[in-house]
Design a protein around this ligand. Structure first.
Ligand code: ATP
Ligand code: MG
Length: 139
């Protein structure tokens, strides 16, 4: 299994604000290579399935509504130590707690509208990439 890949989404808030280009630039300048990328819009069913691990949490409904509220960019990224390095680049879930210079510190509006998603493990990176991209798109 590839351990040098992660999966990301530029969330509806950042896409709508026109921050996709700036975020992709930070991602590339940190050394991540784009493997696959698309603009799409999640239905509430798809957003619910993607974040199913959180379905018992109080914020689940808000999360599903937000993630299906507008277009997103989904992408598979490659770099040594991809999952951990990408989590470091995006910063804490709550932008108020994110380190200076991280994507969420710069672009997130709130803990729910927090600009980007990043996989939390190699296993989930693989699953999440497969949610959006076929085998042929993941070479
Ligand atoms: P992501 O999985 O999107 O990269 P994360 O791993 O930093 O974010 P998770 O705990 O997996 O954080 O939560 C998933 C998403 O749910 C968060 O990014 C955020 O959009 C939303 N979320 C998490 N906690 C809260 C909260 N307390 N209130 C509102 N929304 C929340
Ligand atoms: Mg997460």
């Amino acid at each position: 299994m590839a351990t040098n890949r992660t999966f990301t989404m530029i969330k509806p808030d950042a896409f709508e604000a026109g921050n996709s280009g700036a975020i992709l630039k930070m991602i590339e300048q940190t050394g991540f290579k784009l493997i696959a990328m698309k603009i799409t819009k999640l239905t509430s069913e798809m957003a619910g399935a993607f974040y199913e691990v959180h379905k018992e949490r109080g914020f689940y409904k808000e999360l599903v509504e937000f993630m299906s509220s507008g277009p997103i960019i989904a992408a598979i990224l490659e770099k040594d130590n991809a999952v951990a390095d990408f989590r470091k680049l995006i910063g804490a879930t709550d932008p108020a707690k994110a380190d200076v210079g991280t994507i969420r510190k710069l672009f997130a509006k709130s803990i729910s509208a927090n600009a980007v998603h990043g996989s939390d493990s190699d296993e989930n990176a693989q699953i999440e990439g497969g949610f959006f991209f076929s085998h042929l798109e993941r070479v």
